[in-house]
Design a protein around this ligand. Sequence first.
Ligand SMILES: [Zn+2]
Length: 341
Amino acid sequence: MPVKFIKTVNKSTFLDPANNFAPKTVNTEVRYDPLTGQISRIFPFRKLILHRHDWTPFVEESKQKFCPFCPAVVEKVTPKFPADIAPEGRIRVGDALAIPNLNPYEKHAAVVIMSSRHYIPMEEVDVRLMVDSFRAGLEYLQRSTGADPDGARYASVNWNYMPYAGGSLIHPHLQVLAGARPCTYDRHLINASVEYFKSYNSNYWTDLIDAEIKHGERYLGKTGRVHWLSTFAPRHVGDITGIIPGKQTVDDLNDSDLTDLAGGFKKIIDYYSRCNIVSFNAALYFARREDTGFTVHARIVGRFTIFPLVGSDITHMQILHDDPWTVILPETIAGELRALF
Ligand SMILES: [Zn+2]
């Protein structure tokens, strides 16, 4: 079982102004993702104290402005799909509604309006809301693949909750994409998973689950079929991975899988809320049937700003060097979050 958790600890020394300029040594970690080898930096020396950001003024202001996703106008102002995708115009599942993205950034780009409610506080995000929304997204992806097999080969379902995470509208919505080629990171994941399978005749993702269970420090538990891990080499604060063994493509997830997935998300979102992490990004990653060795999985990361209202948690490291970082050890997150699983 060749999954390896490799990290190096850097010791940096400076003369400490808080201690009469005596020498002080600080440890930081560089970790390597066991699949892709990508670096993740961890600066655990800084205690992250987040003050709860109150979205109320933003929400109230947004209610005064025009919202295209609210029920009074949604039928009039949002686009409809061509007949080959949806003869009914828009794809409804429960209270969720998939519509074309007016500003597409991939050949097939939809938005799932997750609810008729304009604002859903974190603690009210529930399993039903997520299951219906994911199902609407998957339905769109399956129809896109059917209508355009060459142009909708690689897909993802994405969620930016609130402005810190890049959400441009308060009204909760998913971004659903399919194109001829995978996104850059997705391509790394898929290629490395396929290579791993060819090299070891074994699935990386199930090997990762086994390795994390054996290791113990980052394994959180299961919701139904889905295994949850505090990610060894995090892409951001509170990075959690949920793996659905045996599933590979957008056609493979049934409603029971989606319920299991949403059940885990619910626990993590509640945990974020308790830690005053009031925004997050999440993604579901898929591959194609021929990409043997890949497994459908979800990733969710917390988003925050250290300064209220302005500021950002994205720096030169992510934007100009492609190195994600976090200030909290994944093992610390796991210790706190495991109790909810
Ligand atoms: Zn709205």
